[in-house]
Design a protein around this ligand. Structure first.
Ligand code: MG
Length: 381
């Protein structure tokens, strides 16, 4: 089912301790807000509206770089103001479902979303709710009374509503009062809200200790994948070869539809291989005139963008060039730097090695050269 989502990331999150507001702190090396946006996009959101404080508008582009289908808007003074600013930016028809989600709950998945959307058939809203396992006390430093936890639940987010219904409920909400969630607004307006089973993984990161626990969980929800790429090109007329993004003066050139940079081609295939996304010929067919003479860095940039869009990142890359000539040594440092720039990783994550085949075979006879690349990436589970 098609749905839109509003992610609220405008709060200061003061209880999480000093430093950046919590939506902008990193969890598993990614900003917290990115987890929710990625989770909702992966669950099939047609659009995600991210509500941020005005001074964070510049930062959000960086935090969500490579993701498509989101838009940032400026929040208000209160959470309710921010939610309404987000709802106003939703482009879906008013009978479509909208999910409202707190950026402080990073582990939202398609399963959560599907359950909420299904529950909207029976009610005006749906919330994930968990029973309260602890005994409840009322009091200050001394207990006044023990409160029955019978029938009490903790409401989590995302919460699902029909867009028009939620907007109308907010219009009726009395000014001067501050709802703590969106279901409360619909309830007050006389709407029905279904409770679906909540999930401890939808926990809200509030205190510094929550972040420590979430780091462990985040690591367990990421996997390392490897990709291998191999490419060869034939020497031909010319006096320049491109290798690993570096222009090298030589007594012959390399023949290819693009600039014939076997190093970057092997790397591109390795990145595509690591995410199971086909090969370079599939994405950039040699039959397509657009790629005639093309600089191969755009192939690699495209593969990295696909990885980033899946929430992944490069861990390291190792390239081996197989040729008698040109000599790689004098260009090795430049090659590493160029590849590191294209992969957007520090230089020490990139290795460029060279070898010959001792005069044997096509590289030995200098009919052409070959490149092999291995790449390790980290992606969501
Ligand atoms: Mg090639």
């Amino acid at each position: 089912m098609s749905f839109s989502a509003v992610v609220v990331a405008a709060g200061a999150g003061l209880r999480a301790g000093p430093g950046e507001p919590k939506a902008w702190r990193t969890l598993g090396s990614r900003p917290l807000v990115r987890w929710s946006v990625e989770g909702l996009l992966a669950a099939g959101a047609r659009e995600v509206i991210v509500v941020v404080a005005r001074e964070r508008l510049g930062q959000v582009d960086e935090a969500l770089a490579g993701l498509e289908g989101w838009k940032a808007v400026t929040g208000g003074v209160t959470r309710a103001d921010s939610v309404q600013a987000g709802l106003a930016a939703v482009t879906a028809p008013r009978n479509q479902p909208v999910l409202v989600h707190d950026a402080a709950r990073p582990f939202v998945t398609r399963t959560h979303v599907d359950r909420l959307l299904a529950a909207l058939d029976l009610a005006d809203g749906a919330v994930p709710a968990l029973p309260v396992p602890d005994t409840l006390k009322r009091g200050d430093s001394l207990v006044d009374e023990t409160v029955s936890r019978e029938g009490l639940y903790r409401a989590q987010t995302p919460q699902a509503f029909r867009l028009g219904r939620l907007k109308a409920a907010y219009r009726r909400w009395p000014t001067g009062e501050e709802p703590t969630d969106d279901a409360a607004v619909v309830e007050r307006a006389g709407g029905s809200v279904a409770m679906i089973p909540g999930d401890p993984m939808l926990m809200k990161l509030t205190y510094p200790e929550d972040f420590l626990m979430a780091e462990q969980l985040a690591a367990s929800r990421r996997i390392v994948r490897m990709g291998l790429g191999i490419d060869a090109h034939r020497f031909g007329p010319g006096d320049v070869v491109w290798l690993c993004g570096i222009r090298i003066q030589h007594d012959v050139g390399l023949v290819g539809h693009s600039d014939a940079d076997a190093g970057l081609h092997a790397l591109t295939d390795a990145v595509l291989g690591a995410i199971g996304a086909g090969d370079i010929g599939e994405h950039f067919p040699p039959s397509d005139p657009r790629w005639k003479g093309a600089s191969s860095d755009q192939f690699l940039t495209h593969a990295v963008a696909m990885l980033t869009a899946r929430g992944g990142r490069i861990l390291n890359a190792d390239v081996t060039l197989v040729c008698e000539r040109p000599k790689v040594g004098p260009h090795r440092a430049d090659m590493r730097q160029r590849i590191a720039d294209l992969l957007r990783v520090p230089t020490d994550r990139v290795s460029v090695k060279a070898t010959t085949t001792e005069g044997m075979g096509f590289t030995g006879r200098e009919e052409g050269l070959m490149a092999q690349a291995v790449v390790a990436v980290e992606t969501p589970l």
